[in-house]
Design a protein around this ligand. Structure first.
Ligand code: DQA
Length: 144
């Protein structure tokens, strides 16, 4: 059975109440529950980690090395500037997919830049919470 870690960065703990017109009405717990249910029938185990702190995200990435088969990460605002997170993702040599709930390209210019897209396996933006599941599906297919 494959094991994936789903990482969410700053402010994603506020999903459900945070700008619902942009991020949707589901809470992070709702999203986690739905993905866990889906994962049960697709022979993959998903665990969730969320933090508002860059260092905690780096620690979680480092801790995943050799423990999980792949990572799905929505780094929130860290996407746009965290070289520490980028370095950690490269260091652990574990495939990962970048996910954003909103279409970052239809928003402010500073959201157009990601410091991890070039080292990600791929990226899903603008499709809401389904993006996490699509990322898991893509990774399962890729890992075989
Ligand atoms: C986000 C987009 C980021 O620009 C923003 O800072 C977030 C959420 C998204 O899921 O659309 O916190 O990653």
């Amino acid at each position: 059975m494959r094991s994936f870690l789903i990482i969410n960065g700053p402010n994603l703990n506020l999903l459900g109440t945070r700008e619902p017109s942009i991020y949707g009405a589901k809470t992070l717990d709702d999203i986690a529950e739905e993905l866990r249910e889906w994962s049960k029938v697709h022979s993959v185990e998903v665990s969730f980690f969320q933090s508002n702190h860059e260092g905690a995200i780096v620690d979680a990435i480092q801790g995943a090395k050799g423990i999980v088969d792949a990572i799905v990460i929505n780094p929130g605002a860290l996407t746009h500037y965290s070289i520490a997170m980028r370095d950690a993702l490269i260091a652990i040599e574990t495939p990962f997919v970048e996910v954003h709930l909103s279409n970052v390209y239809a928003r402010e210019e500073f959201r157009h830049k990601s410091v991890i897209s070039d080292v990600a396996l791929g990226k899903i933006v603008g499709l809401g919470s389904i993006g996490y599941r699509l990322a898991v599906e893509a990774l399962l297919e890729r890992l075989g």
